[in-house]
Design a protein around this ligand. Structure first.
Ligand code: EPZ
Length: 435
């Protein structure tokens, strides 16, 4: 088990370059299976989920080179169609391989995916959309799915009941290689969806309406290899901004896309941070560390406040005077990190999908456990504000979405070290540190 030991109580000052987006590179790596020719991706973050994606690609016959922020992927002439269960269970993004394998080989033998425990996270919209395009789905024991398209996939007019990011991406990939035209209505418009569409266009896909809720895709038999720079990770940017906001200090972020950060910047300003966005690719923030409460706000689908940033912003507000409350309209169990906040001395409570925060003057270091990716990052932000030392257990959750959160924040003066302890049951408090 990975453990982060954090010495808190100091301000954060410096400059950070934002890496490419996890939630962009993962579907794009899967989409490379559709391409006949080499795909070169740049600004690829070094994440355990990226490594897991590389293993899935290799399991179906792709050559994959990950080095120096690049991914060079060469699919075979005839890719395999089965993804081993352990690789499928490792993360939710393994589901992204369903559509490209089905479109390219006529079948996909996969398993229901893993991922953060944020709620039920069904995949019905992915599957029903593919069925409309001609897929036959057989659910087998143990969460295994056998999906076939003996006559190939055909374009369809599909309306999503909810603008699901993943379902939009699945159906976009399927439609890009299907026969005929697909209209995808009620599509998600998150920046990561747009980035996938831009990648597919670079490979020769015929897609119009990118960035809107109605996508028109005219399938292409052949998609070619291409080069693509992954868009900046808006949630990593939000993580750094919330850490500096909560601790106090000043930061300059470079390689940002400020249009993607509008709602996060709005709440940070409401809490009393000085924010200046110069152009669209860098933003500066200054905070006294004595924030005022931000009142209430909801998360929502883009361009609303992002669900992934909700625990991060809550952590920044743990010492803000007054009450803040954030409601996550996307996932049922977004605030599992509240238990860790309480152990650090914060005054929080969860009511339904709403986290209530009553600012406390002082937080004190303690042993806490990361419940999921963004909850773990939120505990790091909280620990950086606490007096004394904190150990965040289960930090492997955090490594799924951040290259190295200790290295990310080190240029700002954050004192975070990594060690490894014995695996232990949930809620363990005194994991030993085996170096
Ligand atoms: C993506 O998850 C992201 N993951 C999540 O980031 C992000 O929180 C989420 O979008 C919302 O922005 C990746 O891109 C790898 P959804 P996804 O489909 O695609 C329900 C992180 O921390 N739903 O938009 O799974 C679902 O249960 C991760 O980086 C169905 O009911 O999100 C949820 O309540 C966490 N049926 C809602 O829709 C379906 O078929 C939104 O889910 C699909 C989804």
């Amino acid at each position: 088990m990975e453990i982060l030991t954090i010495s808190g109580g100091s301000g954060l000052f410096g400059e950070v370059r934002i890496p490419g987006a996890k939630n962009s590179v993962l579907p794009i790596m899967a989409a490379s299976v559709l391409c006949r020719g080499t795909v070169t991706l740049t600004d690829v973050p070094h994440l355990s989920d990226v490594e897991a994606s590389a293993r899935i690609l290799q399991s179906v016959g792709c050559k994959v080179l990950l080095e120096n922020g690049r991914a060079v992927i060469t699919p075979p002439e005839f890719p395999g169609s089965a993804v081993p269960e352990p690789l499928m269970r490792a993360m939710r993004s393994s589901l992204f391989y369903l559509a490209p394998l089905l479109a390219r080989t006529g079948r996909a033998d996969i398993y229901t995916p893993g991922g953060c425990r944020l709620g039920a996270r069904p995949i019905d919209m992915h599957l029903s959309g593919l069925e409309k395009m001609g897929a036959h789905i057989t659910e087998k024991d143990g969460g295994a799915l056998e999906v076939t398209a003996p006559d190939g996939l055909a374009g369809a007019d599909i309306c999503l009941r909810f603008p699901s990011v993943g379902a939009t991406e699945t159906l976009l990939m399927a439609a890009a290689a299907a026969r005929g035209e697909t209209v995808l209505r009620g599509a998600a418009v998150e920046p990561e969806v747009t980035d996938l569409a831009r990648f597919l266009q670079g490979a020769g896909a015929d897609i119009t309406g990118v960035g809107t809720r109605v996508l028109h895709i005219r399938g292409r038999e052949l998609l070619m290899g291409t080069q693509h720079a992954v868009c900046p990770d808006r949630i990593t940017a939000a993580t750094v901004l919330c850490a500096v906001a909560g601790c106090g200090g000043e930061v300059l972020l470079t390689n940002t896309c400020n249009a993607h950060l509008a709602e996060v910047l709005r709440i940070l300003r409401r809490a009393g941070c000085m924010v200046s966005a110069s152009g669209d690719s860098s933003v500066a923030l200054a905070s006294s560390g004595a924030l005022r409460a931000a009142g209430g706000w909801d998360t929502g689908v883009y361009p609303s406040f992002p669900t992934d940033a909700a625990p991060l912003m809550a952590a920044a507000l743990l010492r803000a005077q007054g009450e803040s409350r954030v409601t996550d309209t996307i996932f049922e169990n977004r605030f599992a990190c509240a238990e860790g906040f309480l152990r650090l001395g914060a005054s929080v409570n969860v009511c339904g999908r709403t986290l209530h925060v009553h600012g406390m003057d002082l937080l004190n270091g303690a042993d806490v456990e990361a419940p999921d990716l963004r909850g773990g990052a939120a505990l790091v932000i909280a620990a950086l504000q606490a007096q004394g030392s904190t150990r965040v257990m289960g930090a492997e959750h955090i490594s799924r979405g951040y290259e190295d959160i200790a290295a990310l924040l080190a240029p700002l003066g954050a004192r975070i070290t990594r060690s490894w302890g014995e695996p232990c049951g949930r809620g363990c408090r005194n994991a030993g540190t085996v170096l």
